[in-house]
Design a protein around this ligand. Structure first.
Ligand code: 5RP
Length: 229
């Protein structure tokens, strides 16, 4: 029986095999990707050469400390692959992301590849999205009005995310609203509805973006599944 951290570490090592010499890749954010960064850092020391586009300031900071070479998104064309974690994955490969507050940059970077590989432990695989509160990134101006409009969509609770008792500011100087929908029956239409609210910058619904999900199980096994095209 492995604990959550062991599984994340195994996933990081497994996913590092996807990174080949000469690639330009997107690197996600979070505690699972942390282990991927550690493994890639080791492989860079052993001679692996690749360039990465970070999905957050945190990933860039950790990666640079490990010797990983980064570029800005606008300095590169298509990314060969991107690897990231997620907060929930449903059976149609739709995702909730943004638990680490990096959803905006993650979505922009990951839109630059056809090969978005998601690494998650089995607890994040769900039938229906929504138990994990959906992060929505909003402009700071007028955020409480956006909060009310999301509540009026039938969302049970909408919390402004705090850090150290202050509103958390994302890398792009926005706020995050954590939206407790409980059950998201139609993620595609909810994503569109949320985008139509003035003040919403981006949602944590990653629709039809993941091409492959690598799941780590408590018994130590790892299974990769490709999204049918
Ligand atoms: C950050 C994210 C992360 O990928 C997501 O929250 C999963 O993180 P972790 O691997 O720490 O559970 O979307 O914005």
């Amino acid at each position: 029986m492995n604990n959550a951290d062991d599984i994340k570490k195994q996933l990081g090592i497994y996913a590092a095999d996807y990174v080949k010499n000469g690639m330009t890749i997107g690197l996600g954010t979070g505690t699972t990707v942390y282990w991927l960064l550690q493994e890639l850092g080791k492989r860079v020391q052993e001679g692996l050469q690749f360039t990465a586009v970070p999905t957050s300031a945190k990933t860039k900071e950790i990666g640079e400390g490990l010797g990983i070479k980064f570029k800005e998104l606008d300095e590169v064309d298509e990314l060969a692959i991107a690897i990231d974690g997620a907060d929930e994955v449903d059976k149609n490969f739709q995702l909730i992301k943004g638990g680490g507050a990096a959803l905006l940059q993650e979505k922009i970077v990951e839109a630059a590849t056809k090969n978005l590989i998601i690494i998650v432990d089995e607890r994040k695989m769900v039938d229906t999205l929504g138990k994990f509160p959906l992060p929505v990134e909003v402009i700071t101006f007028g955020w409480a009005h956006v909060q009310k409009r999301i509540q009026s969509l039938g969302c049970k609770k909408v919390d402004l995310r705090l850090r150290d008792n202050q509103p958390l500011l994302t890398d792009h100087q926005h706020y995050i609203l954590d939206c407790y929908f409980d059950k998201i029956d139609d993620p595609i239409s909810l994503n569109t509805t949320l985008h139509n609210i003035p003040g919403v910058v981006e949602t944590g619904l990653f629709i039809n973006m993941a091409s492959e999900v690598i799941t780590g199980y408590n018994d130590g096994s790892i299974i990769s599944t490709k999204r049918p095209v």
